[in-house]
Design a protein. Structure first.
Length: 234
């Protein structure tokens, strides 16, 4: 059963509907060099394994009333250059209908971290290759967001990566119905961020959503993109 979703307000602390430029982020001019400069201030990628071994993210997990150990997962915030400009696009997927969980939902490429994965970075790249055929050698990992605990019992490690060239991405039909891109300037425009909630047996749950054309980006993915905006660009 799909929960009833209620929109509460525009999520930005600046005036509603303000563009990325008005918010102090000239998103349409953000290219690889700017991403590298901004992610250079973040936690080093070399700390990914240590973060996974540490308790980071577990205090926040208590807020979602989870008594079970969190399972680790990783997603790729993959940024690829546009062919017609120096801007960047974000690679996203829509999951296949009929999956046991998150059926038909928009997501970032990614999945559970396997025992053989050396780090969350390796897991994110492996999953992206399995889901959309993205060659790991075409991705330069440049940043790591704080682990994100989910109500479903996962601790998600968002990995930021710059994708070189113009790779031909092909969805794995068993998992992915569609691969598409979202302009980075759209994601960085806080006027596109809405805070919503739905009622759950465990209480009210809040999340961020973005509506890009016919694609609704919400829930965990919406929250991760909001965190990406806040950690890297605010």
């Amino acid at each position: 059963m799909v929960p009833e979703l209620v929109s509460t307000h525009e999520a930005s602390k600046i005036k509603a509907g303000a563009t990325g430029r008005e918010a102090g982020v000239i998103a349409e001019e953000v290219g690889p060099a700017e991403i590298l400069a901004r992610t250079g201030r973040m936690r080093p990628l070399s700390t990914a394994g240590a973060l996974r071994a540490s308790g980071e993210g577990r205090v926040a997990a208590s807020l979602i009333a989870s008594t079970e150990p969190l399972r680790d997962a990783a997603v790729l915030i993959g940024l690829v250059g546009r062919q017609d400009s120096r801007g960047l696009d974000l690679v996203m997927i829509r999951r296949t209908e009929g999956l046991r969980v998150h059926s038909g939902e928009v997501a970032l490429p990614g999945g559970k971290i396997d025992p053989d994965d050396a780090s969350p970075v390796e897991a994110a790249l492996r999953e992206a290759e399995e889901e959309v055929g993205l060659d790991p050698s075409a991705v330069e990992p440049v940043g790591l967001l704080a682990p994100y605990p989910t109500p479903s019992g996962f601790r998600v490690f968002p990995v930021i990566g710059l994708i070189s060239g113009a790779p031909a991405l092909v969805p794995n039909p068993g998992e992915v119905a569609e691969v598409f891109s979202v302009p980075l300037d759209f994601v960085l425009d806080p006027g596109n961020h809405r805070e919503e909630f739905f009622e759950h047996a465990s209480g009210r749950r809040h999340f961020f959503s973005l509506q890009y054309g016919r694609h609704r980006i919400w829930g965990v993915t919406g929250n991760i993109l909001r965190r990406f905006y806040e950690e890297v660009f605010r």
